[in-house]
Write a protein that binds this ligand. Structure first.
Ligand code: C2E
Ligand code: MG
Ligand code: MG
Ligand code: MG
Length: 282
């Protein structure tokens, strides 16, 4: 009896591992073809001015529209894309598609400051990363000042590469943001060395800012530090009016969050922009 049970468990265990391995292999095979099959989709989330409520810019957030599994969020396939280096071609596609979309909106007459695109640390360590950005800027015709690259503190793993790259990009006029600020292991001295334009407060702090005195201290400190360092500051993950009022009181510049809009497909952004233009006319 015991032996049978043990056998049963063993069987179950290996099936589970096999399932995990075959799911991963299936995802990897699918990911290799995802771009050409047009399964990679970009959603856009408005970046909103805290004091005026105007939409200044958008962040591009990728999704994989898998034929069998449906819409896969980035955290479920970006790590695999990084591991397999598929993030290099996929990331280049995301960058150029986001720039093209930004130009479509500005050509429609919407005045937007920039488009923000997330860059993985794996992309940022490729020796030809700055040349790739130059190529995308040339091919799409975007003004480099309208492009904002979001980096996380993980790029600091390799500061000898990252810092010269950041200076090259700044020299071209590209904007740089530090994403998920406060969650990594960065030393504050890097804030002086990185030629940044923007700090993004991680949503883990924003979301509990009204409940936790400690998170309040973190949020206040990041905002005040950003203001002192002459950096733009954006709070991520704003879901309630109370959180927004708090940020207004602390003089945070911009916010993103479900309170205004979740990330949405480009077709829905157009509706939102038309609505916004309607408001400014009346
Ligand atoms: P992130 O860049 O920090 O993006 C913010 C995440 O917070 C997004 O999740 C967004 O949908 C979510 N979010 C926005 N507002 C709210 C809110 O009010 N409440 C809550 N609970 N969440 C909110 P998403 O789209 O699932 O992306 C997760 C992460 O995946 C991103 O974090 C970024 O690190 C990565 N990612 C997304 N797109 C790309 C990409 O094109 N390239 C790379 N390398 N990474 C990407
Ligand atoms: Mg981001
Ligand atoms: Mg973030
Ligand atoms: Mg985040």
């Amino acid at each position: 009896q015991a032996k049978m049970n043990g056998g049963g468990h063993y069987q179950f265990f290996t099936t589970e591992i096999n399932d995990a391995i075959s799911r991963k292999m299936m995802l990897e095979t699918g990911l290799r073809k995802a771009v050409e099959r047009e399964e990679i989709e970009i959603y856009y989330q408005p970046q909103v001015d805290v004091t005026t409520g105007n939409v200044n810019s958008f962040e591009a957030l990728v999704r994989w529209n898998h034929p069998e599994l449906g819409l896969i969020p980035p955290l479920d396939f970006i790590p695999l894309a990084e591991e397999t280096k598929l993030i290099i071609p996929i990331g280049e596609w995301i960058l150029s598609e986001s720039c093209r979309q930004f130009l479509v909106w500005t050509e429609q007459g919407h005045s937007l400051k920039h488009i923000s695109v997330n860059i993985s640390a794996v992309q940022f360590q490729e020796p030809d990363f700055p040349q790739m950005v130059v190529k995308v800027i040339k091919d799409t015709g975007i003004n480099p000042e309208h492009l904002d690259l979001e980096l996380t503190e993980s790029v600091i793993q390799n500061p000898d590469i990252a810092i010269p790259f950041m200076h090259q990009l700044k020299a071209m006029g590209v904007r740089l943001s530090l994403d998920d600020f406060g969650t990594g292991y960065s030393s504050l001295s890097y804030l002086k060395e990185f030629p940044l334009d923007t700090l993004k407060i991680d949503k883990s702090f924003t979301q509990t800012v009204l409940e936790s005195e400690k998170d309040q201290a973190v949020v206040d400190t990041i905002i005040h530090m950003a203001l002192k360092l002459n950096l733009n500051v954006i709070a991520e993950g704003v879901e309630t009016d109370g959180q927004l009022q708090y940020l207004l009181g602390q003089k945070c510049h911009q916010y993103q969050g479900y309170l205004y809009s979740a990330p949405i497909p480009k077709e829905e952004i157009e509706g939102l922009l038309h609505k916004k233009r309607g408001w400014t006319i009346t």
